[in-house]
Design a protein around this ligand. Structure first.
Ligand SMILES: [Zn+2]
Length: 66
């Protein structure tokens, strides 16, 4: 595919990231770098992809077999 470009998954968001010329490697961006470093000293470690707001509905109806 992109020969010559070394792509590695960002440890934080798993986005294929170019290492060459990337000051934030192995992260894709400063944001991910900061998040990863801050994750160890902060309890707000969460992935930015999709916030799981819905929780508990949909899967529990199969238990209601009364
Ligand atoms: Zn990232």
């Amino acid at each position: 595919m992109l020969s010559g470009m070394a792509l590695r998954p960002c440890p934080t968001c798993r986005t294929p990231t170019a290492w060459e010329g990337n000051p934030f490697k192995p992260f894709c961006s400063e944001r991910c770098q900061t998040r990863d470093l801050g994750a160890w000293s902060s309890e707000s470690y969460r992935l930015p992809e999709k916030p799981k707001e819905e929780d508990g509905e949909g899967w529990s109806d199969e238990l209601e077999e009364d």
